[in-house]
Ligand binder design. Structure first.
Ligand SMILES: Cc1cc2nc3c(=O)[nH]c(=O)nc-3n(C[C@H](O)[C@H](O)[C@H](O)COP(=O)(O)OP(=O)(O)OC[C@H]3O[C@@H](n4cnc5c(N)ncnc54)[C@H](O)[C@@H]3O)c2cc1C
Length: 360
C-alpha cells in the first residue's frame, strides 16, 4: 500500500465515511469525537428506512466495551439473553430434531437492537441519508474516503477472489403460546454450505432466516418454517454476506484516497457468518492507526489471521474436500482459538461439538 496520510494536514482534513452500518457508525462516533477533522457520513438508505440487515446476535462481553467507548451502555440495547443454542444437524427438512442436535451453553450471546445502537452512535454527527455519492465527487471534495459499505464494497477495486453466501431473513412475531423455540436455534445445511437461524428478539419477536452457498436450501427451509409456525411477518429483508477473509479481500485501498473498513474488507468469521464484532474491531483499529494506513493494513491482517484458516476450513467443507484425517491440525487450531476466546464468541466451546460440526 503506497498512500499515507500526511500528518501535517490532519487538522483541516475532510473525511467521508460511506456506509453507515456497524463499522461506519462506530467511525462516525469516534472520529467526530476525538479528532479535529471534518467528518461527513453518507448512507444510501433514507433516514426513515435506515436498517441493519442482520440477525442481531452478538457477544455482549465484547460489544459492551465498544458501546462504552461511544459513551453508551450496551445493556440498554439487549433484547434477549441466550442460555443455550441448539444446533440441529438432521439431514431431512425436519425442524428441531433433538437426537441429531448439540446443545451449546451460551455465556454472553445476546440479540440486541442493532439499529438503535447505530442510531445512538451517530447522534450529533453529520450524515447525508438517501445518498450514494459518486466516487469522483468524493475524490474532489475529500482527503480520505472510507468505504464502509459492507458487502457492496462500491469504492474499492474488486478483489481477485471473493466468496459470499446469499441470505434471506424475516422479522416475525409469534403469540406467546406459539413460540417455536424459547432460545437460539440453528439448523446446519449439508456440508456446512449454510444454516437456518431462529434468534429471539424478546416479547415474541424473532429473526428467522437462512443463508446457503448452494442456494438450494435457504428459501425453501425458511418458507417451510413460516408455514409450520404461524406468525405475523413484520418485515422481509436479506443480502449476501461476504465470508472471504481480509487476506483474500485485498486491496484494502485504491492507492489514491479510499480505504476499506469492516465487511468491505472481509471482517466476517466464516464459521458463524458473524460480522458485528469483527467489523467493529476493524473500525477501532482504523481509528487507532488513522495516521498510518500501512500499519492499519498490517494490524488488520494480524488481527484476522485466524480468519484465513477458518475460511479455508469452511470452503473445504462446502466443496466436499475436507477430510479430518488429512486436516486434523486445522480443526485443532480453530478449536484452540475459539476455546481460548469463549467470552469473545459468547459460548462454551468443546472439542466434541467441534468434531460434530466438522462432520456436518
Ligand atoms: C442476513 C444476515 C444476518 C447476519 N446476522 C449476523 C448476526 O446475527 N451477528 C453478526 O455478528 N453478524 C451477522 N451478519 C453479518 C453482519 O451483519 C455484517 O458482517 C456487519 O454488519 C458488517 O458491518 P459493516 O458496517 O461493515 O457493513 P454493513 O452493516 O453491511 O453496513 C453497510 C452500510 O452501507 C450502506 N451502503 C451500501 N452501499 C452504499 C453506498 N454505495 N453508499 C452509501 N451507503 C451504502 C448500507 O445501506 C449499510 O447501511 C449477518 C449478515 C446477514 C446478511
Amino acid at each position: 500500500m503506497r498512500f499515507r496520510l500526511n500528518l501535517s494536514k490532519r487538522l483541516d482534513m475532510k473525511i467521508a465515511v460511506v456506509g453507515i452500518g456497524v463499522a461506519g457508525a462506530y467511525l462516525m462516533n469516534q472520529l467526530s469525537a476525538s479528532h479535529d477533522m471534518e467528518i461527513i457520513g453518507y448512507e444510501r438508505l433514507p433516514e426513515s428506512q435506515h436498517d441493519a440487515v442482520c440477525a442481531w446476535a452478538t457477544s455482549e462481553n465484547v460489544m459492551s466495551i465498544y458501546a462504552k467507548k461511544c459513551g453508551l451502555n450496551f445493556d440498554d440495547y439487549v433484547l434477549h439473553t441466550g442460555k443455550h443454542m441448539q444446533v440441529d444437524f438432521s439431514r431431512e427438512n425436519k425442524n428441531s430434531d433433538k437426537k441429531n442436535s448439540i446443545n451449546i451453553k451460551l455465556k454472553g450471546m445476546v440479540s440486541y437492537d442493532k439499529l438503535k445502537l447505530i442510531q445512538d452512535m451517530i447522534k450529533g454527527t453529520k450524515i447525508e441519508f438517501g445518498k450514494i455519492p459518486k466516487k469522483e465527487n468524493l475524490e474532489s471534495e475529500f482527503d480520505l474516503i472510507i468505504d464502509s459499505t459492507g458487502f457492496h464494497r462500491n469504492y474499492l477495486p474488486k478483489p481477485e477472489y471473493e466468496l459470499w453466501i446469499p441470505c434471506v431473513q424475516y422479522k416475525v412475531k409469534y403469540s406467546e403460546d406459539d413460540l417455536p423455540f424459547d432460545d437460539f436455534y440453528l439448523k446446519a445445511f449439508p456440508s456446512m454450505s449454510g444454516y437456518f437461524w431462529y434468534f429471539p428478539l424478546g416479547n415474541g419477536y424473532a429473526h428467522i432466516g437462512a443463508g446457503d452457498f448452494t442456494k438450494q436450501n435457504h428459501n425453501l427451509f425458511v418458507s417451510r418454517f413460516l408455514n409450520k409456525y404461524k406468525c405475523e411477518i413484520i418485515k422481509k429483508n436479506g443480502r449476501p454476506v461476504r465470508i472471504s477473509p481480509p487476506s483474500k479481500s485485498m486491496p484494502f485501498t485504491d492507492e489514491k484516497k479510499t480505504i476499506g473498513v469492516g465487511e468491505s474488507i472481509g471482517t466476517v468469521y466464516a464459521l458463524l457468518g458473524e460480522g458485528i464484532i469483527p467489523s467493529t474491531i476493524c473500525a477501532d483499529i482504523f481509528v487507532q492507526n488513522i495516521d498510518d494506513m500501512k500499519l492499519y493494513e498490517q494490524k488488520i491482517l494480524e488481527q484476522f489471521k485466524i480468519y484465513s484458516l477458518v475460511f479455508n476450513f469452511v470452503s473445504k467443507k462446502i466443496s466436499g474436500t475436507f477430510n479430518l484425517l488429512n486436516n486434523p491440525l486445522d480443526l485443532l487450531r480453530i478449536y484452540d482459538h475459539m476455546k481460548s476466546n469463549e467470552n469473545r464468541y459468547g459460548m462454551e466451546v468443546s472439542m466434541l461439538n467441534m468434531m460434530k460440526v466438522s462432520k456436518a
